[in-house]
Design a protein around this ligand. Structure first.
Ligand code: NAD
Length: 281
């Protein structure tokens, strides 16, 4: 039976470390501030934004909330971002996605100063990751690296298979695993022979976006399984992309859902925010 990688505990540890660091910076008169923008009132976004504000309060980061109506125009949103870019008291800017369809997400992401882009979505930060330069890294994949390292799982030289090639998870994950010297294979919706490829993975990272899709036939005995998916099943229970029980009987380590990757995303957002202040203010 696999050992559980406890994302709740590891994220709590990271938040504790950050809380201490923020207190020390605050004693020197340096206050960290994150601006959180939400356009419209998508219920899932409201939950995510609420959790981010709570994490800020816990760590000692000031959060400024901008709750804009659904009919906000792209120009209005861009002008708010520009104002926040110029505001020296704001260190991080987060614009909760998805945005209403009349707003171009790429334009909004590109408008956020790369120095305040704590989500790590700006093309300059993505480019920095590609060529191995410093920059902000997308929070979910960065959190997965922390889960692996803090669980003392060897990455270097291992075969890592990632299912999913999204800009937010799959692609940055592949780049981070390369940076950690893994041999990386990226699979996606057009991949042929998915199960065989997955079965050759020492570390299998699943970000396929389909509830309980990956079962034992995809998992090598003793592999590390990281489940990025978050869904509600027919009983309104949270579940991942992986069939947990089956996978846990083959794997050596596994992340549960909830309590695995999910809590790490916010912890890494907080980390990026503190970094933004330390580096650029
Ligand atoms: P996405 O829908 O953008 O990407 C899914 C990827 O899976 C695509 O690249 C697609 O090519 C691939 N795919 C789809 N069907 C496939 C198939 N049959 N075989 C192989 N590949 C296939 O999703 P995303 O934004 O990358 O998120 C993935 C999952 O992770 C979702 O469940 C999402 O809710 C979750 N997620 C969780 C967190 C977190 O904090 N825990 C953060 C982001 C996303």
């Amino acid at each position: 039976m696999a050992e559980i990688i406890d994302g709740k505990q590891i994220s709590a540890q990271i938040k504790e470390e950050l809380k201490q660091e923020v207190a020390e910076l605050s004693a020197q008169g340096r206050e960290c501030c994150l601006a959180v923008i939400q356009v419209g009132n998508d219920p899932a976004s409201t939950v995510y934004v609420g959790n981010k504000k709570k994490a800020c309060a816990y760590i000692g980061i000031t959060s400024q909330a901008y709750e804009l109506p659904e009919e906000t125009t792209e120009e209005e949103l861009l002008s708010l971002i520009e104002k926040l870019n110029q505001d020296k008291t704001v260190h991080g800017i987060l614009c909760q996605l998805p945005l209403p369809v009349h707003i171009n997400e790429d334009r909004v992401i590109a408008a956020i100063s790369p120095k305040k882009d704590v989500d790590g979505f700006h093309p300059q930060n993505v480019g920095a990751l590609v060529i191995g330069q410093k920059g902000f890294v997308s929070c979910t994949p960065a959190g997965i690296i922390q889960l692996l390292k803090r669980s003392r799982i060897e990455i270097s030289g291992k075969h890592c298979v990632i299912i999913g090639r999204s800009n937010i998870v799959g692609k940055p994950m592949a780049l981070l695993m390369l940076r950690e010297n893994a041999t990386v294979t990226v699979c996606h919706s057009r991949t042929e022979g998915l199960a065989d490829i997955c079965k050759s993975a020492d570390i299998l990272i699943v970000a396929i976006g389909k509830p309980r899709y990956i079962g034992a036939e995809y998992i090598k005995e003793g592999a590390v399984v990281i489940d990025v998916g978050i869904h509600r099943d027919e009983n309104n229970k949270l579940c991942g992309d992986v069939k947990y029980e089956e996978a846990a009987s083959a794997a050596s380590f596994i992340t549960p859902v909830p309590g695995g990757v999910g809590p790490m995303t916010i912890a890494m957002l907080m980390h990026n925010c503190v970094e933004a202040m330390k580096l650029y203010s």
